[in-house]
Design a binder for this molecule. Sequence first.
Ligand SMILES: *Cc1c(COP(=O)(O)O)cnc(C)c1O
Ligand SMILES: [Zn+2]
Length: 444
Amino acid sequence: MSYKAWFQCASGCNERYELNEIIYNCKTCGGLLEVKHDIEKLKHRSPGSWMRLLDERYRRTKWPFGSSVWGKKEMVCPNVDNENVVSLYEGGSNLFWAERLGNIIGTEDLWIKQCGNAHTGSFKDLGMTVLVSMVKQMISEGKDIMGVACASTGDTSAALSAYCAAAGIPAIVFLPKNKVSTAQLIQPIANGALTLSLDTDFDGCMEIVQKICRENNIYLANSMNSLRIEGQKTVSIELVQQLDWEVPDVIIIPGGNLGNVTALGKGFLLMKELGMINKLPRIVCVQAAKANPLYQSYLSGFKEFKPVQAQMTLASAIQIGNPVSINKAIKMLKLFNGVVEQATEDELANAAALADKTGLFNCPHTGVALAALFKLLEKNEIKKDERIVIISTAHGLKFTDFKVKYHENKLEEVESKYANVPLELPPEYDKVNRAIIDKISEYS
Ligand SMILES: *Cc1c(COP(=O)(O)O)cnc(C)c1O
Ligand SMILES: [Zn+2]
């Protein structure tokens, strides 16, 4: 049984291209491409048999199927030979039952999908393994590719650098100067990537990297490259798998360039088409109020879309004013009875901190999603008895500066409701003992 996938123009002209062609836009109409699969071939296996196969492979050792992306290889990217797969054992991240947080906000069936528990600390690994594997495949076929490049708000560059380093392929990353965290900046440096710090924002980096890739034999790794979406869509399959193949009612995801929300939807549509599930969840996409073009469009019933100038936000990975996947995302949200919310700096920081107090350690983008959850529960747009999954996109340890400043109450536009500062004490038993007795009663 040979499975097949190809690029197809997503703008309606349906032009097809091979996955091993260096192409990001349709040659006929310029539209973005999408990876399509031979669904009839995939349907030869029954839904039950797919589920058993995926369960058997999940987090085992047989190369490359223990990776939760490559364990779904037939549905993701069958075109890469197993020996060209560049895998760091992606996916399989914890689906955290947020019992205590749920109790605080009055909902019992709340889950946090910890996509940041990943090799480079964000969900970007899920897509990058597919893209870099395809590059290795093309190089093995004799294609002339000098390196792989991306513009990034910090996490894409970390993932690209790690996967390229593992494969021995040069990586070139374009970062907006002073707009990524120290942890994000040091990852490509440590992995030996050519790291370019440009005095502009993400949208400015994006413009230049596209031109560089067009003019040279450098492969573009941004999310207009739809290979990444194929890997990222496995998050839907994986989380349903973790819920014993039951579809949750609502999924909340932060959105910047809007590739991830598109991928989330794509995974569900595929499972439905293959008969593995029979309903779809509602999808809530959430933006920072400082960079909210999708939210603005949602307010007009998606009738119009205008890019915005993204303002500085703590949720730096979604500080994007002109999302590349806007059309795909709107199409997807319409299919999933979609809701778009926004979160202010104060809302996102306090939401992340409240959840941290229940054992999590959230990045600001997860804070954006959590803030939306709190607001939508309040407005009764999400019901208390619904099964809710929050997509946590990165590990909080990438954003320690955000956390330190939060607890010192030094973040602009944020009033830190849950600040917790260390007590400075002399090394004297009585004073230490007294301080503990005084403070422990304040624990909540
Ligand atoms: C990339 C990223 C996002 C946004 O994903 P998009 O596909 O750009 O919408 C959200 N959170 C984190 C931590 C990210 O790295
Ligand atoms: Zn086209």
